[in-house]
Design a protein around this ligand. Structure first.
Ligand code: FAD
Length: 507
């Protein structure tokens, strides 16, 4: 007797059909395929996931749904806690196999572990494939003597020992197995992609960044079509104030949600490099950026309590100030430093900023000026960034706050001169802080220095319409450096004890 094979392909990240080994595993010998995405209400709160990120996700689901429909299938968007939804539907649909992309984040590992156990108990085969990273993070750790490498050099050595990553998986066939005709709860009208309003968000998205595999592949092709640019790319040389045509690829939201496969990106980059006699190299090249991503994924997946300071063995223990006013002023673009405030305004409005702009605001909040914990800043980024990616966000915040990876805490970014170097006219500030749009270039980076008459003519009085600086940068940074030195001198000699709090959920 032939047993009908009914597979669920459970999308979470990996919102694409290309390089999707879980999809290929799901359709192997399957008579029916049920592609599902589960909207977990836990995430669907504006103070957890900002509207721009949610909108990007919904765009991506809409695109995935039409690609699946074009192949005779569909995307069933279900709602609820996956641990309740999946057992219900696998009974309703007589499921024999459950496939999903492996996820290395704490919350996902916990969730997937429970679901895998329940599925196996119900006699369901579970297949989970690695496709969100170039390598299986465990293989990298194994090549580094069983520990996560904590330097880029160590990481490069480990991956050199592994050889190049697997090429992308083959494309799925033009026709996919159908969804069972009379399967309960699969009515196309009831399983569509909702709008942000339908999900209870009060505002529409304010960004131009669009989600979806189609968009991701088009952007990849467009960015890599300028081969000379790709070959010459050196991250530290980019202009962080370029906002009309950003200095980097802006592929991060697509990589975060897996609308773009990192292995496809890797392969496409290698193709460009093979055609160029000379090209930049990691860590500053474009390939080097993709490897930074991989580096942080490896460390995140293999470090206990990676997402907090306490109990995190790779994180310096620093007694940050609990200063709510400073934190709020930073988050809400009210520090009085146009460079910092404009970057945070760009974050809220568009959900993306250049890497060096992220450096500046992260340094300012933590070791540079305000001495507020990196965990607070990380949470703000996690809410507003479209590419908000737990492994990368936390790793970079630890770096910028000199809590891990990087220890030159005395090298502080100046909020007065850094942006000005790239943009003497202050076009970036005027765009994202329109209240300052009529300031003359001479004062745009330090508006409090403008004579009152200039302030009046510009229609913006400092201290009334736009804040005076929240701290004096020279004094504050000196104080912070002193405090960092003391904190470094007082590090506990032994690794801190793990703290057992439930893993935070992250979308
Ligand atoms: P490109 O320069 O075009 O790079 C291509 C890809 O490489 C990126 O899309 C990204 O996936 C990866 N990449 C580049 N730089 C880094 C890096 N430093 N670390 C890890 N991966 C990198 N990136 C995120 O994707 N999500 C985050 O939540 C995030 N939080 C950050 C927080 C702070 C404080 C800082 C300083 C950086 C953070 N980054 C984060 C890293 C980096 O700023 C972004 O990946 C990059 O700016 C995205 O733009 P892009 O796609 O144009 O990058």
């Amino acid at each position: 007797v032939v047993v009908p094979q009914h597979s669920i392909l459970w999308f979470r990240k990996g919102l694409r059909l290309h390089d999707n080994p879980s999809l290929l595993a799901a359709i192997k010998g399957a008579t029916h395929l049920y592609p599902v995405f589960i909207l977990d209400p836990w995430f669907l709160k504006p103070d957890v996931v900002g509207v721009n990120r949610l909108n990007f996700l919904l765009d991506s689901l809409t695109d995935l749904r039409s690609s699946l429909q074009a192949r005779g299938s569909n995307l069933l968007v279900l709602r609820g806690n996956p641990q309740e939804v999946l057992p219900r539907v696998w009974k309703d649909w007589n499921i024999t196999r459950l496939c999903f992309e492996a996820d290395t984040e704490d919350y996902a590992k916990e969730r997937d572990g429970k679901i895998t156990a329940a599925a196996k108990e119900s006699g369901i085969e579970v297949i989970s494939c690695v496709s969100h990273t170039l390598y299986n993070t465990r293989d990298v750790v194994a090549k580094n003597g069983g520990k996560a490498p904590l330097t880029y050099k160590g990481f490069e050595k480990a991956i050199a020992a592994l050889g190049p990553p697997e090429p992308p998986a083959e494309d799925p066939p033009a026709k996919l197995p159908p969804i069972g005709a009379d399967s309960k709860g699969t009515d196309s009208e009831k399983t569509g992609v909702p709008s942000v309003r339908e999900l209870g968000y009060p505002d529409e998205a304010s960004t131009d960044i669009k989600g979806g595999e189609t968009e991701a592949l088009a952007r990849l092709a467009e960015q890599l079509s300028d081969k000379a640019w790709v070959a010459a790319f050196e991250k530290p040389k980019g202009d962080p104030t370029a906002f009309i045509k950003p200095a980097t690829t802006v592929l991060s939201p697509h990589l975060k949600f897996g609308c773009l496969s990192p292995r496809l990106f890797y392969e496409a980059l290698q193709r460009v490099y093979s055609e160029k006699k000379e090209h930049s190299k990691p860590p500053v090249s474009l390939l080097g950026q993709l490897l930074w991503r991989e580096f942080y994924y490896v460390v995140a997946a293999h470090t206990p309590n990676y997402h907090r300071m306490e109990g995190n063995p790779i994180c310096k223990q620093i007694p940050w100030d609990d200063n709510e006013d400073f934190y709020r002023a930073w988050e809400e673009s009210r520090t009085g430093y146009p460079w910092i405030d404009a970057i945070m305004a760009q974050l809220r409005r568009t959900g993306w900023m250049h890497h060096l702009a992220r450096h500046c605001v992260a340094c300012f909040l933590t070791r540079g000026d305000l001495y507020v914990s990196w965990e607070r800043g990380r949470d703000t980024f996690d809410r507003w960034l479209i590419d908000g990616d737990s492994s990368l966000n936390t790793g970079n915040w630890m770096w910028l706050s000199a809590s891990s990876f990087f220890y030159q805490y005395f090298r502080v970014y100046s909020p007065l001169t850094y942006g000005k170097k790239y943009d003497p006219e202050g076009k970036y500030v005027k765009h994202f802080l329109p209240i300052l749009k009529d300031y003359p270039a001479k004062y745009i980076w330090e508006p409090w220095k403008a004579p009152l008459k200039v302030q009046e003519d510009a229609g913006c009085i400092i201290g009334k319409d736009y804040p005076a600086p929240i701290v004096d940068h020279d004094e504050a940074s000196k104080r912070c450096i002193q405090r960092m030195k003391q904190a470094y001198d007082c590090q506990p000699g032994k690794a801190a004890q793990p703290v057992s709090k439930p893993a935070a959920k992250r979308l």
